[in-house]
Design a protein around this ligand. Sequence first.
Ligand code: ADP
Length: 259
Amino acid sequence: LEVNFAPYINFKGEAKGVVVVLHDFTEVRRLEKMRSDFVANVSHELRTPITSIKGFTETLLDGAMQDEETCRNFLQIISDESERLYRMIRDILDLSKIEQKRISLNLVQVNVQDLISSTVALLQEQAQRKQISITLPKAEPRITLTTDKDCLQQIILNLVTNAVVYTPEGGAITLELRQDSRHVQIQVTDTGIGIPEQDLPRIFERFYRVDKARSRDSGGTGLGLAIVKHLVESLHGQITVKSVEGKGSTFTVTLPIEW
Ligand code: ADP
C-alpha cells in the first residue's frame, strides 16, 4: 500500500484537514510473489527426484552394483524417480500452457457417458489391483456436451486417478452425471482417506499436498488438481470439493452445455 498525504488548508491559511491518497499495490505484489514462489517451488520439486537418482547411481558405482538384489532395487528406484521427473516436467509445461491460454480448444459434440467409460477403462487395472470398484453413471438418458474432448478427458482422468490413489484397498468410486437445462454435472465420489477441512481451500494450488510423503510414494506431482482447475475454467466451468477426513471425497465439475 502506498500512502500520500497533504494538509488541506483553507483560504485563511487554517489547517482544516488532511487529504490522503492510497495506492493499492497488493495485487501487483501478490502476482510477483506468486511467480517467484512458483520458480522456487519448481526448483525444489525437481531437485528431489534428481537428488535421489544421483544418490542411488553413485552408490551403485561405488560398489553396490556387486550385489544383484541391491542393484535391482536401486535401479527400480532410479526408474520410478525418472518417471516422476518426466511426469512433473510434462505437468509443469501443461500447466504453463493452460495458464498462458496457449491451448486452442477444439469444440466438438461429446457423448459424456462414452468419454467417462473410455477414460475409466484406462484406470481399471490400477483400481483392480487395490480391489476398488468403480461404478459408472447410468447410460440413459444420453448426455451430450459441446466441449473440448481432450480437456474433459484430462479432467476426468486426473480426478479418478486421485480417487484410486487416495482410496485404500477394497474401497469404492462412484461417478455420477446430471443435467439441467444449461449445465452438465460430473461427480466423482470415493470412500478414501478424505481431506482435512483446513487443507480443502488449498488443494487446487500447485504443489500443495496434504501428505507429502504419501503423494510422493504414489508418484504424485502435486500438480494434478491445479491442472484440473485450470482446465475446468478454460471450459467455462466450475469445480467444487466436499470431503470428510477418513470417510471420502466428492469432486463436482459443472460445465455449460453451450457457450
Ligand atoms: P498429487 O500428485 O499429490 O496427487 P494433486 O494436485 O492431484 O497432487 O492433489 C493435491 C493433494 O490433494 C494430494 O496430494 C492429496 O493430498 C489431496 N487429494 C487429491 N485428491 C484426493 C482424494 N480423492 N482423496 C483424498 N485426498 C486427495
